[in-house]
Design a protein around this ligand. Structure first.
Ligand SMILES: [Fe+2]
Length: 318
């Protein structure tokens, strides 16, 4: 279907010219669509310049290798994306209920680098040991994040309108199907996926019920927020600041270095687009990357190393 008028009902046969004119001249805007990994994808750029579908790894693995959910996040796309790439919040917002060392507060270094696929956000945790623990997460233009956990996790923040974003969340393994335990964690509501309902595509714990915050749990110290689930915790802070926060009131400090660089890169991409320059992520092969974790000696040049650290020769199913 290409948006053509195919018929004009309820007019007499003598109005043949009227019908043919309508078929020739009336169109609704339409975009080419395709199905991949259980989702319908569309291309909204200039006609005739469609690139091939990107080599986005979670879409290339067999269905049993991935688990996918979605829900409407009630804030602006950029606000949600920035929350996803903010490193210091892990230490606070998601603390509780487990003893993972990455939740401990330590001084950290932040690097962001633009690439042909989007950018890399690297956070180096200085735990006082000789090696700095670097966590490299990738942003694949225009709205994907691949998280360096095992199984890998991913988010897609797809704009709906200025105040709403459809957040897709994915767990996936290139090498094998997700195990029972991995699926159990994904479906349990404590990880990145929200439990939805009763409204379709809306989280059960949402701003209308104060994210079902449990003040007693929070006061007990077991949970920093008293809110169940990483995904819901993220939504709570990203939505509750207002659907589009007033950036002129911000005070960006060292811990926001990644956010500052990320904004500069996005602004550069807008300028490049206006100037007709090639855009990041257009080459399908540029997506041959994986987020990763690595330990490097203190003082090692992460800026020089980060691009090669995330690149792979091929992604799943090739
Ligand atoms: Fe988070």
């Amino acid at each position: 279907m290409h948006g053509e008028c195919t018929d004009v009902p309820c007019v007499p046969d003598t109005a043949r010219d009227h019908i043919e004119n309508a078929k020739r001249n009336i169109r609704v805007k339409s975009y080419p669509c395709m199905e991949r990994a259980g989702l319908v994808w569309t291309y909204m750029g200039p006609a005739g310049e469609e690139p091939d579908f990107p080599e986005l790894e979670w879409t290339m693995v067999p269905p049993a290798h991935r688990y996918t959910t979605r829900h409407v996040q009630e804030c602006n796309w950029l606000q949600a994306l920035e929350g996803g790439f903010d490193a210091p919040h892990l230490t606070f917002l998601h603390r509780g209920g487990e003893t993972e060392a990455s939740r401990n507060f330590v001084p950290s270094f932040y690097e962001v680098q633009g690439t042909d696929f989007g950018f890399i956000v690297a956070t180096g945790r200085d735990t006082g040991e000789p090696l700095i623990k670097w966590n490299l997460n990738i942003m694949l233009m225009p709205f994907h994040k691949i998280i360096s956990t095992q199984p890998f996790a991913a988010h897609m923040w797809v704009p709906v309108d200025d105040g709403n974003t459809m957040l897709y969340s994915i767990d996936f393994r290139p090498d094998r199907p997700l195990s029972e335990q991995e699926l159990e964690r994904a479906k349990g509501g404590d990880w990145i996926h929200t439990e939805n309902g009763p409204e379709p595509d809306h989280a059960l714990r949402n701003k209308r019920n104060d994210y079902m915050i449990d003040r007693e749990l929070q006061a007990s110290g077991v949970s920093y927020t008293g809110i169940k689930g990483f995904g819901t915790q993220d939504c709570a802070v990203q939505e509750s600041m207002g659907s589009i926060v007033d950036r002129s009131l911000e005070h960006l400090l060292m811990g926001d270095a990644a956010i500052v660089k990320l904004r500069r890169l996005l602004l550069q991409a807008l300028r490049d687009n206006a100037d007709g320059k090639p855009l990041m992520g257009i080459d399908p092969r540029s997506y041959r990357v994986r987020s990763t974790r690595v330990e490097l000696p203190r003082g090692a040049d992460m800026t020089a190393a980060m691009s090669e650290l995330v690149r792979v020769d091929k992604v799943a199913a090739q």
